[in-house]
Design a protein around this ligand. Structure first.
Ligand code: G3H
Ligand code: 13P
Ligand code: ZN
Length: 337
């Protein structure tokens, strides 16, 4: 039987996106696949009184089991209240949905928001599929994110060699024909921990670190001019903190030349109509750094809580830093008491 997200205390993205755009901040969209990530996300967002989007990818559903993840999100609402956040605003969102059936299944099982990613399809097919999802989801007041333009890297099973920026001349037609609530765009971000090839970057002469090229803010500006006040989403927005990469490499890992999006660029984006910023890889890096360090320093340890605990703590630190320093979403719940 279908379950409404409203009965389990979740919210859709509509109101929080409005507030984020008007207030010049962005809502964090963090992916989760396991208990520790979920605990860290809820602890960080609840303690800082930030709205939050819990994202579940198709890969997460097959890793952790779709039903379990959905009930974990229901539990997250209660956990947020238990740790002192009386009025949490938690969205359960499908990340990179690739079919009508998958989106429908998520709506039916209590998701409050879904993404239908038709960005790799021909334009007309993307419009058709996205409109079909919107028609279904809106019957249940579930918000829908569509995507135009292609991000380099891996989007679940879809792998693109190159990014293709969103064409500003398409955005009015796409949003009006589909009725989407938000639009993911491509302006130079990409998924994963290798967002740019070394030859696309310069090197800082002092540190020897890669310095990535800037995002295409001119494309973002052109899109915002066409769609004033319309909610824009940025995928692929991990900054790949070099301190985590260094810990991973120091303790036996191999992540040479991993590079992300500089945080000052994300800060600038968050002040615009970009109202949802997707971060997954930074959580994976924090988790791996803490696990590698703990196991290297305590080789006799074999209780997973002893290395998953530090991993959870480091992810919490990372999520809090993003909320406060990058997204500016702290103290932005509609009801703070
Ligand atoms: O968009 C990609 C997200 O980081 C999800 O990654 O498909 O490996 O779960 P995943
Ligand atoms: P990152 O790989 O940069 O964390 O991007 C995550 C994302 O866009 C999820 O949809
Ligand atoms: Zn993404």
């Amino acid at each position: 039987m279908a379950v409404s997200y409203k009965t389990i205390g979740l919210v859709n993205t509509k109101e929080m996106f409005k507030r984020a755009i008007n207030g010049g901040w962005a809502v964090p969209a963090f992916n989760f696949n396991n208990l520790e990530q979920l605990q860290a996300i809820i602890k960080a967002s609840s303690e800082l009184k930030s709205p939050v989007i819990l994202q579940v990818s198709k890969g997460a559903r097959s890793y952790a089991n779709a039903t379990l993840l959905r009930y974990m999100a229901e539990g997250a609402v209660e956990y947020a209240k238990e740790i002192g956040c009386k009025h949490p605003e938690i969205v359960l969102h499908l990340d990179h949905g690739d079919s009508f059936e998958l989106c429908k299944n998520c709506v039916d099982m209590g998701f409050s928001s879904v993404m239908i990613d038709g960005s790799s399809l021909p334009y007309d097919k993307n419009v058709e599929l996205t409109r079909q999802v919107v028609e279904y989801a809106h019957k249940y007041d579930v918000t829908v994110e569509g995507e135009l333009g292609v991000l380099a890297g891996v989007e679940d099973e879809v792998q693109a060699e190159e990014s293709h920026y969103t064409k500003p001349e398409e955005v009015i037609d796409f949003t009006s024909k589909t009725g989407v609530d938000s639009l993911a765009i491509s302006i130079g971000t990409s998924h994963g921990a290798y967002k740019f090839k070394p030859e696309q970057c310069t090197r800082d002469p002092k540190t020897g670190r890669l310095v990535p090229p800037p995002l295409a803010f001119d494309v973002l500006d052109a899109i915002m001019q066409k769609l004033p006040g319309f909610p824009i989403v940025l995928h692929g927005s991990s900054s790949v903190p070099q301190e985590y990469v260094d810990i991973i490499n120091k303790y036996g890992g191999k992540l040479p030349d991993a590079v992300g999006i500089p945080e000052e660029q994300l800060r600038k984006a968050a002040k615009s109509a970009v109202c949802k910023i997707n971060i997954d890889s930074d959580s994976r890096l924090a988790f791996t750094a803490a696990v590698r360090k703990t196991l290297a320093e305590k080789p006799a340890e074999f209780d997973p809580r002893k290395f998953c605990g530090p991993a959870r703590d480091l992810m919490e630190v990372m999520y809090k830093q993003k909320i406060v320093d990058v997204l500016g979403s702290d103290n932005k719940l509609a009801q703070l008491d």
